[in-house]
Design a protein around this ligand. Structure first.
Ligand SMILES: Nc1ncnc2c1ncn2[C@@H]1O[C@H](COP(=O)(O)OP(=O)(O)OP(=O)(O)O)[C@@H](O)[C@H]1O
Ligand SMILES: [Mg+2]
Length: 396
């Protein structure tokens, strides 16, 4: 908050300065109201003291200033005694102090102004927070009850496929303890969800995710999992709520990768999602657990947004899709073929397979998922891929 006074022959600089010494704010003299407008932003709060003799056109000045800087407060020092009070109040003047001004009166005005400003700032923050909620990004969470079913492969390839649609995509790694999205993109993250939570979760202001995300390509960013498993403890459900709201405001598509179990932050992501892909496999124990997961989602009124994806269909399966549908009481949305020859090298290289093997069956399945999520037409493929060669033998 800034405190200004207009410098003119009528202002009692010494007395005003002395009064301001009793309050902690710094007080700056300016020669004109135009200077104040030039060095402040439209939403800035501040207080300006102006003499009633100001350049002979006090009313017009106050009216113009109120239009330019609606959050700034003007206090008039009255040297005329015949001011048009109604006109001044209508032009947004906060208070009028009579000459000679007493320090105590000025301090009281400052106190009132600070109270008014803090209420205004709270209202402004509420508006901004509401603004976040109105954003349009689509949130898609990929989950499973079993580890290693291919969630992360699915997520990073969906992200890479969205590039062709020139959509801004953020992948959030909510496998907070052992997340490996960064590795799947062959990237090192300098900041992670942990730093975001630590620095912003308690902040009511809308803060851009930009300093915390890592860039994969022109259109794809990811927010990495914490660097150490124990840091995951610091991330709470409310952080995820805020994070997803902010992500929706900044990206067209927000893809959330998860750990293979159900707990607070993952449930929050599921609740905030427009769509959920529940990956499962065609074996009885996995289907039985998937069914229990579905029952929980149903009890939370989330079943309608769930799509069942059978992962790594080996074709030598013991069970058929129909059996899975019977167990899960819902239809299977998509089956991802087993494609070890494509997927494993792609993971080891840290390059989504849809880029290198666009014609492979597994890539076509991913494209279909993307097309269902976003029926808009594909544009030119994006060539730029911010990528360093993977380290040989990094992962087997
Ligand atoms: N369709 C597939 N065909 C063959 N192999 C696959 C397929 N999908 C994933 N894999 C392999 O399975 C392994 C696990 O995949 P991924 O990490 O994507 O699973 P996940 O569900 O994310 O695992 P976690 O629960 O541990 O995070 C990887 O080594 C990957 O190469
Ligand atoms: Mg994973």
């Amino acid at each position: 908050m800034k405190y200004y006074a207009m410098n003119d022959a009528y202002m009692q600089q010494d007395r005003i300065k002395a009064s301001f010494q009793e309050v902690p704010q710094s007080f700056e003299w300016r020669d004109s109201m135009e200077e104040v407008v030039a060095e402040t932003a439209p939403k800035d709060c501040g207080l300006v003291l102006i003499s009633s003799k100001y350049e002979g056109h006090l009313y017009e000045t106050c009216e113009t200033f109120a239009a330019d800087r609606p959050n700034m407060t003007v206090v008039v020092l009255d040297f005329d005694l015949d001011l048009d009070m109604r006109r001044l109040m209508r032009s947004g003047v906060f208070d009028i102090l009579s000459h000679p001004v007493h320090g105590r009166d000025l301090n009281n005005v400052i106190k009132d102004f600070e109270q008014k400003s803090s209420i205004m700032m709270t209202m402004q923050l509420d508006e901004e927070e509401e603004g976040i909620g109105q954003s349009n990004g689509k949130v898609v969470t990929v989950c499973s009850t079993k580890g290693g079913v291919g969630k992360t492969s699915f997520v990073v390839n969906i992200a890479a496929s969205f590039e062709k649609k020139t959509k801004r995509v953020l992948v959030i790694d909510l496998d907070l303890q052992f997340g490996d999205v960064a590795m799947f993109f062959n990237k090192k993250a300098s900041k992670t969800i942990y730093e975001w939570g630590k620095e912003n979760a308690g902040n009511r202001r809308k803060v851009s995710l930009e300093p915390y995300v890592s860039k994969v390509s022109e259109y794809i960013d990811f927010l990495a999992a914490p660097k150490r498993p124990e840091f995951s403890e610091a991330i709470e459900d409310s952080h995820i709520r805020k994070l997803i709201d902010q992500a929706k405001a900044e990206y067209d598509i927000v893809l959330v990768d998860t750990a293979p179990f159900m707990e607070g932050v993952i449930l929050t992501a599921l609740e905030k999602s427009d769509q959920i892909f529940l990956l499962t496999m065609l074996d009885l124990p996995t289907l039985k657990n998937t069914n229990r997961f579905m029952e929980t989602l149903e009890s939370l009124n989330m079943k309608d947004k769930v799509k069942i994806v059978i992962s790594r269909d080996l074709k030598k399966k013991m069970l058929k899709d129909k059996t899975a549908e019977k167990i899960l009481h819902t239809s299977v949305y998509m089956t991802i073929p087993d494609a070890a020859k494509i997927v494993i090298p792609s993971v080891n290289e840290g390059r989504p397979f849809v880029r290198d093997y666009p014609k492979a069956k597994i890539s076509k399945v991913i494209c279909k998922v993307v097309q269902d999520l976003d029926p808009s037409e594909e544009k030119e493929p994006v060539k730029k891929w911010m990528h360093k060669p993977a380290m040989a033998g990094r992962r087997t």
